[in-house]
Write a protein that binds this ligand. Structure first.
Ligand SMILES: Nc1ncnc2c1ncn2[C@@H]1O[C@H](COP(=O)(O)OP(=O)(O)OP(=O)(O)O)[C@@H](O)[C@H]1O
Ligand SMILES: CC(C)(CO)[C@@H](O)C(=O)NCCC(=O)O
Length: 307
């Protein structure tokens, strides 16, 4: 085990040994379900990395619930447990949504009676029209491009167990918030919130978005690799845009492919890499756990915060 000031660092071999036999191995059906999330997910990662990680989350949840119960005894009234909120942070295209969906599936399986819901902060981006009015269309993903007040209100509502909270939905295909479409979050026991900004510092002086997270994971990798994954995903977006004139990427899909990739490389360098270096990476140390990925999305190191 290595150690930094704030983290215990474990190699993959060390981390996988932390799995205790309390949780039964995944069944064939569950493995197939995971494969259908993303057919390139390594099942070895699921076993070696995510099983111990869900075990650790279970420990945090038990502590959280026990503290809430003790506070209830202290107040001589027990309002009930508030939802346990997990944040998943990291660069654009590092694999946050894939990690988040995998965790949702695994937690639903372990905590069969708990309702585990998932949301991405992409839905809290201002619509393109507003970004254009503010003159920040080329700053999509930067802190000022999100309606943070709305995100904070949403998290407050979740913690206060408000029913049927409607949230906007973002689409990579139209590169904008989808007009007249909402997603509903309804009294989750566990809510996973995935987004580049979940560990960021506050915009309002009184409330920090990080105050709402009871456990957080930062998905980490070298920027050169993330660029590769970004371009890879861009290629897939082009392939599916080809037959759909309404798709944001349609004109790139029917045009010169090399030119399209040059444009994407520029967007990576001028927008997403810049955002990573200025606003996302500095939040890495705020996470409880850092999953470090190498070639092929393989996780080679896991760090756990000391305090
Ligand atoms: N564990 C994994 N194994 C194989 N491929 C993966 C894995 N995780 C992510 N990918 C691939 O990497 C690319 C980026 O993943 P994903 O869309 O999950 O990233 P993201 O961090 O949620 O991005 P964004 O912030 O832009 O929404 C996708 O093409 C996805 O298929
Ligand atoms: C929606 C975000 C900000 C985060 O998921 C990102 O995927 C994005 O679109 N960034 C803007 C630059 C780009 O087009 O990649």
């Amino acid at each position: 085990m290595n150690s930094t000031k704030k983290f215990h660092q474990f190699s993959r071999d060390e981390w996988q040994r932390f799995y205790r036999n309390g949780i039964p191995p995944l069944t064939e059906n569950e493995l197939q379900e995971i494969k259908s999330l993303n057919d390139r997910i390594s099942l070895q990662d699921v076993q070696d990395i995510y099983m111990p990680l869900t075990h650790l989350i279970h420990i945090y949840m038990k502590e959280y619930e026990s503290l809430q119960l003790s506070k209830g005894l202290f107040m001589q009234s027990y309002p009930g447990v508030t939802p346990f909120v997990i944040g998943i942070a990291g660069s654009v295209a590092v694999g946050k949504s894939t990690t988040a969906r995998l965790l949702q599936m695994m937690l639903s399986r372990i905590f069969k009676r708990r309702n585990v819901q998932l949301i991405t902060t992409d839905g809290f981006l201002y619509p393109n029209k507003v970004l254009e009015e503010k003159g920040i269309m080329n700053r999509k993903g930067f802190p000022e491009s999100y309606d943070m007040e709305r995100l904070i209100t949403f998290l407050e509502q979740v913690k206060n167990r408000k029913e049927n909270i409607e949230t906007p939905v973002y689409s990579h295909d139209i590169y904008d918030i989808i007009p007249n479409k909402t997603e509903t979050i309804n009294e989750p026991d566990i809510l996973i919130v995935e987004g580049i900004n979940v560990l960021q510092v506050p915009t309002s002086e009184q409330v920090y978005i990080s105050d709402f997270f009871d456990f957080s994971v930062y998905v980490d990798a070298e920027p050169e690799l993330i660029e590769k994954w970004y371009l890879n995903r861009f290629g897939k977006l082009l392939d599916s845009a080809f037959l759909d004139p309404d798709n944001f990427y349609y004109s790139y899909a029917i045009g010169d492919r090399e030119e399209a990739f040059n444009m994407a490389r520029n967007v990576w360098r001028d927008v997403n890499l810049k955002n990573l270096e200025e606003f996302i990476l500095p939040t890495r140390n705020n996470a409880n756990v850092i999953l470090h990925k190498t070639e092929g999305h393989q996780i080679d190191q896991v760090s756990l915060n000391k305090y």
